[in-house]
Design a binder for this molecule. Structure first.
Ligand code: CAA
Length: 304
């Protein structure tokens, strides 16, 4: 028997490419009302415009009807920055999709727990950060991790890792913190399935399965470039034509964002202490230069 996710309203925090992609599949496929909040109004506007474009494109291709598109768009409500996290109070599940930074995520989960109380499921779309650490940030003031209130608060935290572009990629990786309850896991899994995704599960280790495998591969490709083993184009061509990857590793790194790649690689390195995960110096320098890939117009490639 399939388990109902029971989500009547979804909250999303972060309106970048991941947050908007999640809003898109939740509103269109799971057909749930979505509240989307960001601390930047400009980013919210940009995200919503991108969603409109995607819906229009899907209507033009005959993938969805114009009624589907209108209904999906009407399900999405923007929560402007000045309302703060309290604007997500009606959500029974919130998915956080902000940048890959532990202290930022801890502050957000602390705030969500304080503003929304102990009931809503709190999910993180983190690519690599410990869900157990994030869950520990939700303990209400004055409660210990082993008090009843403390245990309940942390037990509704889960990792729900979508892939970019969210409307296209078929997978969601489900990650259980040490504290996560079975009910939380079951409902989060059911919600991802309602969004049209297949679900794999992973233990809460740095990078989970996806990025424990993908990032060292990308990092090695960058080291190959750094050492002059081959040109950028030949490295990407080797993987595209030799192994049938849809994108070469350097193009994929640009697509993910070089700052995100570096943050994940650093989490693998510090989280395991294993020198095999040391980030490439070239990757660090590109991020120092703010050449962050597609989103900044320049990375390994240029995006005019
Ligand atoms: N949003 C929504 N849809 C998009 C899209 C976007 N940003 N970009 C492309 N698409 C859609 C297109 O509309 C098109 O749809 P139809 O089949 O309905 O026409 C389809 O994807 C294919 O697009 P294109 O023909 O333009 O281009 P393509 O065939 O080269 O595919 C791609 C583009 C899907 C991005 C493909 O190159 C690909 O799969 N690349 C690898 C992506 C990947 O590995 N993503 C995971 C990154 S890791 C991650 O996200 C998580 C992490 O933790 C870091």
């Amino acid at each position: 028997m399939s388990i109902a996710h029971g989500i009547k309203t979804l909250g999303i925090l972060g309106s970048g490419q991941m947050g908007l992609g999640i809003a898109y599949v939740a509103a269109l496929r799971a057909r749930v009302p979505v509240l989307i909040h960001d601390r930047s109004e400009a980013q919210l506007k940009k995200g919503l415009a991108f969603m409109d474009k995607l819906l229009e494109k899907d209507v033009a291709k005959g993938k969805i009807t114009s009624t589907d598109a209108k209904e999906a768009r009407d399900r999405v409500t923007v929560v402007l920055p000045d309302r703060g996290l309290v604007g997500l109070r009606d959500a029974d599940m919130v998915i956080e999709a902000v940048s890959e930074n532990l202290s930022l995520k801890e502050a957000i989960f602390r705030g969500l727990s304080a503003e929304l109380g102990p009931e809503p499921i709190l999910a993180s779309n983190t690519s690599s950060i410990s869900i157990t650490k994030i869950a520990a940030a939700t303990l209400p003031d004055g409660e210990g991790a082993s008090s009843e209130k403390g245990k309940k608060s942390a037990s509704r935290v889960v990792g729900l890792h979508f892939f970019n572009p969210v409307p296209v990629m078929k997978l969601v990786e489900l990650i259980s913190a040490l504290q996560t309850s079975k009910d939380t896991l079951d409902r989060a899994r059911a919600f991802a399935i309602a969004c049209g995704k297949e679900v794999t599960t992973s233990q809460d280790v740095p990078g989970f399965v996806s990025n424990a495998l993908l990032m060292p591969f990308i990092n090695e490709a960058i080291m190959c470039l750094e050492k002059g083993v081959a040109t950028r184009d030949d490295i990407d061509k080797t993987l595209k034509l030799g192994m049938n990857h849809p994108m070469g590793p350097l193009q994929l790194a640009d697509f993910i964002g070089l700052d995100t790649c570096l943050a994940i690689q650093q989490t693998l390195y510090t989280g395991t202490g294993d020198s095999k995960y040391r980030p490439s110096i070239l990757l660090e320098r590109l991020v120092d230069a703010q050449w962050l890939g597609k989103k900044s117009g320049k990375g390994f490639y240029e995006y005019p």
